[in-house]
Design a protein around this ligand. Structure first.
Ligand SMILES: [Zn+2]
Length: 97
């Protein structure tokens, strides 16, 4: 299933973002578009831009901001981005439990 970045319209394979094909993205998981570095949030069927409250939270997340910088400044291997996103999502969920 392909999803489309609402900012740049880049099509992404939602499985590729989480790296592990056995895991499915869940509502509330966060990803970053590998083309434009937009922070996106998975909803029930697609991705959306963050709410204002989420954007404030993400702006103060150093790991996420570093990841965005890497995407913007470097040509990175998408597999590396997926691994970083998976770890970041796991840590974010652990903080909110
Ligand atoms: Zn994009």
């Amino acid at each position: 299933m392909l999803i489309e970045c609402p900012r740049c319209l880049h099509e992404m394979d939602r499985h590729a973002h989480l790296g592990d094909p056995s895991k499915q993205p869940r509502t509330g998981d966060v990803t970053v578009c590998i083309r434009c570095a937009a922070i996106l949030v998975f909803d029930t069927v697609d991705v959306r831009e963050p709410t204002e409250e989420e954007a404030i939270e993400f702006a103060s997340d150093n790991g996420l901001q570093i990841l965005r910088s890497v995407i913007v400044k470097l040509s990175v291997n998408p597999a590396s981005v997926e691994t970083v996103l998976r770890v970041w999502n796991d840590r974010r969920k652990a903080r909110h439990r």
